[in-house]
Design a protein around this ligand. Sequence first.
Ligand SMILES: Nc1ncnc2c1ncn2[C@@H]1O[C@H](COP(=O)(O)OP(=O)(O)OP(=O)(O)O)[C@@H](O)[C@H]1O
Length: 245
Amino acid sequence: MASLSVAARSVDLVKTYGSGDTQVRALDGVSAEFYKGEFTAIMGPSGSGKSTLMHCLAGLDNATSGSVSIGDTELTSLSDKQMTRLRRDRIGFVFQAFNLVPTLTAIENITLPQDIAGRTADAEWLDTVLTRLGLKDRLKHRPGELSGGQQQRVACARALAGQPEIIFGDEPTGNLDSRSSGEVLSILRTSVDEFKQTVVIVTHDPRAAAYSDRVVFLADGKIVDELREPTAESVLDRMKSLETV
Ligand SMILES: Nc1ncnc2c1ncn2[C@@H]1O[C@H](COP(=O)(O)OP(=O)(O)OP(=O)(O)O)[C@@H](O)[C@H]1O
């Protein structure tokens, strides 16, 4: 895949927790590339290091050794302040627990990252996102007045509004029923197909992974396999073989 450019990369990434006998090697030398304009899913058995990898890639956690870059920026060289700015300006996040501010309306939540950065979201783009996500009649609602699926659509709109270089999702459909999951995954898929957005998610669900272009499989803190143009069946097969190793 030499023609694809890299949106995020890890090189020989190691993350250990604790020390001595109780030390856990959550990441054990992970070198991976995540390509621009692609939707990648990270899968693997429970405890295989998926969330740790995503948190290190997104600048939410520091690795023990190795390096991470977003575009051409190597994160290990950044100060805390530069890291905060990079997360705010260049990365979008969609988490399992929607992470919306309860006292703000939907539209206030969506534009919050831009407001904090002292910018105004591009009005035409924002309108496209809100229309696409079916949120235009919900903008004055607070999160508590929205369903789980609607809250996650607000979180997707917030991630998309700033047109970040990359969107990271940690189990973005983990709390949703299958219909709302399908909606959220379709939104992420469309953002890649139509707007050339780059998306990387962690998921346990083979049906969710089937929305991606490429699945990267982790086991025991290492990348052990990958699959292009996945289907739920092909992903399930690989997962079964990993879990029986
Ligand atoms: N803060 C921590 N302190 C100690 N160990 C941790 C910590 N966070 C994660 N670990 C350990 O690191 C390993 C990888 O955890 P991680 O959460 O990345 O796995 P995961 O693949 O995302 O798991 P799951 O699918 O269950 O969410 C596990 O063995 C976990 O127990």
